[in-house]
Write a protein that binds this ligand. Sequence first.
Ligand code: HEC
Ligand code: HEC
Ligand code: HEC
Length: 112
Amino acid sequence: MRILMVSLAFASGLLGTLALMGQQKAAPPKLTFVTKNGNVTFDHAAHVMREKGDCAACHPKLFAQDAKAPLNYKAALHRTAETSMTSCASCHRMGGAAFESKGNCAKCHMKG
Ligand code: HEC
Ligand code: HEC
Ligand code: HEC
């Protein structure tokens, strides 16, 4: 009974949160992108916090809410996205809100 009440409370809290956000899935804390140049851990929670919880800073204009959707960031070692200011390079580019790819490979790609 107690377990049932707890899970009911949890379920309704979760549903309430989802309804408030108007989302179908909860935001993931972290996502890992597997690449041949070393995996990239994207701290989704840290990115959301820096955008002050504004999902629309990224969804849907830059990314689908689907970790299996293509990022479209890798072409020409990120230069294509940096020139068009799309995908991660909407922010991660020279003069953008965050560090560009050049000289910063290891800030994203973990090797070995
Ligand atoms: C700084 C950009 C950014 C912000 C802000 C952001 N997201 Fe995301 N989100 C991403 C990226 C990148 C992905 C992965 C997209 C891909 O793999 O194609 C993603 C994926 C997701 C997914 C799919 C997870 C899965 O396992 O398939 C959900 C759900 C999601 N975000 C919810 C949210 C919610 C809710 C907010 C606001 C609270 C938010 N996001 C804000 C960048 C962002
Ligand atoms: C809406 C702007 C925005 C987008 C889009 C964005 N980032 Fe960031 N990112 C930032 C900011 C701001 C920082 C912190 C400032 C800095 O370090 O230059 C940051 C920091 C990071 C860091 C350092 C660790 C951390 O989170 O503090 C990594 C790694 C990173 N981003 C990867 C990515 C990847 C991969 C993508 C695309 C899937 C992406 N970012 C998309 C704004 C963004
Ligand atoms: C802001 C984070 C970030 C930085 C900085 C960054 N990368 Fe990436 N890189 C990624 C992500 C995320 C992907 C996967 C992109 C996609 O699927 O479109 C990727 C993909 C790649 C790929 C494609 C690998 C494959 O599996 O096809 C190569 C090559 C690459 N990066 C090289 C580099 C080099 C070289 C640098 C430094 C000059 C660099 N990256 C800097 C995040 C970053």
